[in-house]
Write a protein that binds this ligand. Structure first.
Ligand code: HEC
Ligand code: HEC
Ligand code: HEC
Ligand code: HEC
Length: 183
């Protein structure tokens, strides 16, 4: 029985992990209706307010599109075999309680996905180490992070580089972020 429960839990967790909406963040308040969506899931499909929307696939299993959304509240769903993820976002001034201003990153027009991503020789979608330092200073990194960039090269461990509703686009509060290696 317990073996079965463990298997079931493992299947549940991997199904949970299989799909991610990188952008926008849940409860994002967008000033304009031009909303850029980034998501990933094996054979994933997107629905905006319950209607299918067709995304480009710049990399295998990676979905990207820009939609024009009317003012008001919207729901975005990512659906794949064995799982789904739902987020909500708001377009326009005066968002309802619980919504936070979304800041897209990089806040520069026309930055391509390939600025930070590539396919490995084995066809795996991955982050290009060092790609952030085309725009950010390496010199000030140690002061902010306590470590050389080589030790914290996986910026995605702590930051959502596609944007967020929080300071420094942190995925966790600073203490939790550092505790990924320090107990
Ligand atoms: C400024 C750098 C940057 C840009 C530009 C960027 N990304 Fe990312 N992306 C990251 C980082 C950092 C991660 C987290 C590292 C990782 O998961 O390997 C990530 C993770 C992802 C993931 C999740 C990968 C996984 O399996 O967990 C997807 C999907 C993704 N990016 C898609 C895109 C798409 C599509 C674009 C273009 C619209 C894009 N990214 C633009 C930095 C960037
Ligand atoms: C262990 C978690 C962690 C990792 C990994 C990490 N960061 Fe950070 N980063 C932070 C924290 C914490 C802050 C500070 C936020 C604050 O002080 O409010 C920060 C702040 C920043 C800032 C804004 C700070 C400033 O200069 O004003 C930038 C830019 C940044 N990180 C870039 C990066 C890049 C590039 C990488 C990968 C090479 C990276 N970070 C990896 C945790 C991390
Ligand atoms: C195309 C240029 C560009 C790239 C590439 C880029 N950034 Fe940025 N980033 C910016 C700009 C511009 C800002 C806003 C001005 C600033 O705070 O420096 C910014 C701001 C930030 C901030 C601070 C947000 C805040 O709350 O003040 C963090 C953290 C950050 N970037 C992390 C990263 C990480 C991590 C990567 C790589 C995964 C990366 N950036 C790649 C241009 C870039
Ligand atoms: C990827 C793993 C990793 C992350 C994440 C990480 N550290 Fe560390 N940290 C280390 C390692 C390994 C050492 C010991 C070697 C060294 O000093 O570089 C260390 C050492 C330190 C030390 C020196 C004192 C000691 O305990 O030995 C401080 C202070 C520190 N880290 C602070 C931070 C802070 C603050 C953060 C969050 C911004 C952070 N670390 C995130 C791996 C990590």
């Amino acid at each position: 029985m317990r073996g079965l429960a463990v298997l079931f839990l493992a299947a549940l967790l991997s199904a949970e992990d299989a799909g991610k909406i990188m952008r926008p963040a849940d409860k994002a308040a967008m000033p304009s209706g031009q909303v850029d969506i980034v998501a990933t899931a094996p054979a994933g499909k997107l629905e905006l307010d319950g209607k299918a929307i067709v995304a480009e696939k710049p990399f295998p299993n990676v979905l990207h599109l820009s939609v024009q959304a009317a003012a008001g509240e919207h729901s975005l769903a990512l659906i794949w075999e064995g799982g789904r993820k739902d987020i909500h976002f708001f377009v326009g001034p005066n968002p309802p309680a619980g919504y936070q201003r979304f800041r897209q990153h990089p806040p520069v027009a026309e930055v391509q996905c390939t600025q930070c991503h590539e396919l490995s020789s084995r066809g795996r979608f991955r982050f290009k180490n060092d790609s952030c330092f085309d725009c950010h200073q390496k010199d000030s990194f140690v002061k902010v992070h306590t470590h050389e960039p080589t030790l914290l090269a996986e910026c995605g461990l702590c930051h959502n580089a596609h944007g967020s509703t929080v300071k420094a686009h942190l995925l966790y509060p600073k203490e939790t972020a550092c505790r990924q290696c320090h107990n």
